[in-house]
Write a protein that binds this ligand. Structure first.
Ligand code: SAM
Length: 220
């Protein structure tokens, strides 16, 4: 049971973070409201609590990272999340991105490959939101039993677009995936039209930890 709490101090720090994001091209009010609501410090170890509302990626267990708040806001805003959207997230990590999606009213299905992170995220998310389901598996295979999804968000770096995931996207749906090598990736927005036509758009450079799995990078 996580006994750490939110506080006025943390709320003030979040308000400052939201101001910063707003001056940096994040203008979707619902995204900003979710970022103001979600207690990011609870998704980090005590050691990093003081830096929870800096706009930086931070270490979590197992050599992984919690994404930079700007990156979380950018991916979320790009997907135009609406209440009731069925969203597949690949790379639960700390659970923070899943919390932002859940706070916006999405039905979140989030997959993690590392058991320790999956379990930790389960503890904190189950205390905060009912609309998040967590899965322990290779996310490059998606969740065939739960498909199709309105939106798909991948929060780890893929060498190419995982075709299995695209097949699990609804016609009219959108996916956002960082694609590139292990050092630098382009954020790619993929749209599937109602006629099942796929289009792609590049949205700038980002850095993520690798997506490791059957349709991602192979673990050495
Ligand atoms: N969304 C996370 C958050 O809010 O903290 C940040 C994700 S972290 C940058 C990337 C995560 O993707 C790591 O936890 C990593 O273990 C996970 N990952 C990598 N390959 C995966 C795969 N094939 N399936 C599921 N998760 C994967």
């Amino acid at each position: 049971m996580n006994t750490r709490k939110d506080s006025y101090k943390h709320q003030g720090q979040r308000a400052q973070l939201v101001k910063l994001l707003n001056t940096n091209k994040i203008n979707d009010k619902n995204v900003l409201m979710a970022m103001a609501n979600v207690p990011r410090h609870l998704f980090l170890s005590k050691d990093f609590e003081d830096r929870a509302y800096d706009d930086v990626a931070l270490p979590i267990d197992e050599d992984q990272t919690i994404s930079q708040p700007y990156t979380v806001a950018f991916q979320t805003q790009t997907l135009e999340i609406k209440p009731g959207d069925k969203v597949l997230e690949i790379g639960t990590g700390s659970g923070y991105q899943a919390a932002v999606l859940a706070d916006m009213g999405a039905d979140v299905y989030s997959v993690e490959r590392i058991e320790k992170l999956h379990k930790q995220a389960k503890v904190i998310l189950s205390q905060l939101y009912k609309n998040v389901k967590l899965f322990l598996s290779d996310g490059t295979m998606g969740l065939p039993d739960k498909a199709p999804f309105d939106k798909i968000i991948v929060t780890a770096a893929a060498p190419k677009i995982p075709e299995t995931l695209l097949a699990q996207l609804k016609p009219g749906g959108m996916a956002i995936i960082p694609i590139g090598d292990l050092k630098l990736q382009k954020m790619i927005l993929i749209k599937k039209s109602v006629e099942n036509i796929i289009t792609q758009k590049e949205l700038g450079d980002f850095r993520f930890v690798p997506l490791i799995g059957k349709d991602g990078w192979q673990k050495n």
